[in-house]
Design a protein. Sequence first.
Length: 304
Amino acid sequence: MATTLGLKRGWRRQPDEPTDADVQRGVGRGGLARYGAERSSTRIAPPQVPNPVYAIGPVRGEAGLLRQLVTRILRDLPRRPAGGGLLDPAGAPAGRRQPVADLVLLGNLTGGGGGGLAVFDCIAEIVAEPALRLTLLLGPQELHLRRFLVGACDGQRWLSEGGIAFLVATGIDARLGAAPSRLRGEVAAVLGARRALLDGMPPSLVIGNMVFSHGGGDAAVPIAAQGVDALVLGPASGGPTRRDDGFWTVHAGPLMGLEAGPTGVIGLCSGAHFAQRLVALRVDIDGCLGLLEATEAAGARELL
């Protein structure tokens, strides 16, 4: 599978690639101004993160694949170069080791695999893992569900984005879609304390020069000015494109971006439910990229 994807192992800064400071100034090494003009089409600085980072695409209810993939990540982590950045600078709770890597889930956790609340149970296990700092990002499912639960909409968008599968998996009568107020109460009751996870999901996460979100955001808009809908649902102009400010975009679009070299845009949707495959991007502190996968047939393995 690695050969058919055309994946290339890692990528390191070349002698003529710009440094971090060059990216900020918009010039190439030696003060050459050409980098500012060419970077949107030919050049981008390598990924720069303070500690190892793993990002997983849409899970869509496949709790078993998620558990396999996280187990594979934990086996992979001791082989990664140690990071120099600070995680949880306030210190870890008493008796708990400080995390050594970030794990980012790009949203759309349920609504496909029929696992219902099983994904939330798996997430609780990940939260308890001391080596990982977990961040759950909003996907369309979570965004529309959150808006529905606070009464901002009638829930039809959520139902069409995987909500029906969630109702079936949790035993809620799907016919309640015609009665939003009753459905809202039923869903809130089933979620219970898990709703705190939903309410706490941000639309994006910036680590070093990498921006993680489900929809990818609008490349023409500064990161700090991005709207929630662009970050979660995607830009109105279409799929995310390469930014010209030196930041990489990691999103939940079709699996792409690692084929031949520095592309600046990486998609991580591998068809978790329909293809029975879940992938994780690995970003090392030296800028190398890797890909891990979990499949129903082959279990978890490293692709590159």
